[in-house]
Write a protein that binds this ligand. Structure first.
Ligand SMILES: O=C(O)c1cc(=O)[nH]c(=O)n1[C@@H]1O[C@H](COP(=O)(O)O)[C@@H](O)[C@H]1O
Length: 280
C-alpha cells in the first residue's frame, strides 16, 4: 500500500529535522560557484547539491524556473535531478506554483503527480488564486498516488498581502479561506494531512488561525529574504511543530564545497529546530 505524503513527510522531519533546502540555481550563484551560466553549469550545480544534501535533509525543493530558462535541455536536467534525489530517498517538493481552471489543472496533475510522468515529484507548490476548487484535480491526483501539494496562502513577498489579506464577503481574509479549505481536506488524516500551506517566515504575526490545518506549513523566506529562525514563533505560534522552514540562497551560497554545503544546511536545521523546540 502507498504511504501517504503527509506520513512520509512527518517521518522525514522527525528523522532528519525540520529543513527544506531549495535548489535555486540563480545565474549569480552559478558564477560564484565558478560554473558557466548554461546547461552544463546547471547540471553540475544540481548534482553537487544532490550529492551534498540528499538523505541529509527532509525535503529538497528544486525551483522549476531556473531549469525552464534553458528550455528542453534545462527540463531534462530537472528530470534527472528529481530522479537522483528521489532515488536517494529524499522527498522532492517541485516548486512550480501551478494553478489553472479545473480541466487544465488536471493536466498539470498528470505532468507532476503521476508516477509515470518524467517530472513526477513527491509534491508541488500550487496557487489558489483561480479559486481553491479549481485545484481539486491536483489535490485528488496527489492523494491517489501518495503525493502532496503545498498551497500558497501568505507568501513571503510584500506584494502578496494586498490580495491574500483582502477580506471577503464572509469576513475572512482570502488566505484564511484557503487555510480553511485545506483544513477540510486534511481532516482526520494521521499523523499529518497531504496538503500543506505556504506561509512566509518574513510576514510577522498576522492573526491567521492554523489550529485545524492538520497539514505541513512550508515557511520560505529565511536567510536571503531577511526571515530569521527566531521569527518563526511569532508567525506560527502553536502550529510550530508542523512548520517546514525552507532556505535556498543562504545555504547554497556556501557551495560548491560539499562539506561547506553540509555545514550550512546543518546550521540552518539546528537554528530552526532550536526555535521550534522553545515552544514545543
Ligand atoms: O513557494 C515557495 O517556495 C515560495 C513561496 C513564498 O512565499 N516565497 C518564496 O520565496 N518561495 C520560494 O522560496 C525560494 C526562496 O529562495 P531564497 O530567498 O533564496 O531563500 C524561492 O524559490 C521562492 O520562489
Amino acid at each position: 500500500m502507498t504511504v501517504p505524503f503527509g506520513a512520509r513527510l512527518r517521518a522525514a522531519m522527525d528523522a532528519l529535522g525540520p529543513l527544506c533546502v531549495g535548489i535555486d540555481p540563480h545565474p549569480s550563484l552559478l558564477a560564484s560557484w565558478g560554473l558557466s551560466d548554461d546547461v552544463k553549469g546547471l547540471e553540475a550545480f544540481s548534482q553537487t547539491v544532490g550529492e551534498a544534501l540528499a538523505e541529509r535533509v527532509a525535503v529538497m525543493k528544486p525551483q522549476s524556473a531556473f531549469y525552464e530558462r534553458f528550455g528542453s535541455r534545462g527540463i531534462a536536467v530537472l528530470e534527472s535531478t528529481i530522479r537522483q534525489l528521489r532515488s536517494a530517498g529524499t522527498l522532492v517538493l517541485l516548486d512550480v506554483k501551478r494553478g489553472d481552471i479545473g480541466s487544465t489543472a488536471a493536466a498539470y496533475a498528470d505532468a507532476y503527480l503521476d508516477p509515470a510522468a518524467p517530472l513526477c515529484a513527491d509534491a508541488i507548490t500550487i496557487s489558489p488564486y483561480l479559486g481553491f476548487g479549481a485545484l481539486r484535480p491536483i489535490v485528488e491526483k496527489a492523494q491517489q498516488n501518495g503525493l502532496g501539494a503545498f498551497v500558497l496562502a501568505l507568501t513571503s513577498n510584500p506584494e502578496g498581502a494586498a490580495v491574500q489579506r483582502a477580506v471577503g464577503a464572509g469576513g475572512k481574509t482570502v488566505a484564511q479561506a484557503v487555510i480553511d479549505e485545506i483544513s477540510q481536506v486534511n481532516q482526520g488524516a494521521k499523523p499529518l494531512g497531504d496538503v500543506g500551506v505556504v506561509i512566509g517566515a518574513t510576514i510577522g504575526p498576522t492573526g491567521h488561525d492554523l489550529t485545524n490545518l492538520n497539514g505541513p506549513i512550508l515557511a520560505p523566506g529565511l536567510g536571503a529574504q531577511g526571515g530569521r529562525a527566531e521569527d518563526l514563533r511569532a508567525v506560527f505560534g502553536d502550529a510550530l511543530g508542523d512548520v517546514l522552514p525552507s532556505w535556498s540562497r543562504e545555504v547554497l551560497s556556501a557551495g560548491p564545497d560539499v562539506a561547506a554545503l553540509r555545514a550550512a544546511a546543518d546550521r540552518a536545521r539546528d537554528v530552526c529546530a532550536a526555535a521550534i523546540a522553545v515552544t514545543a
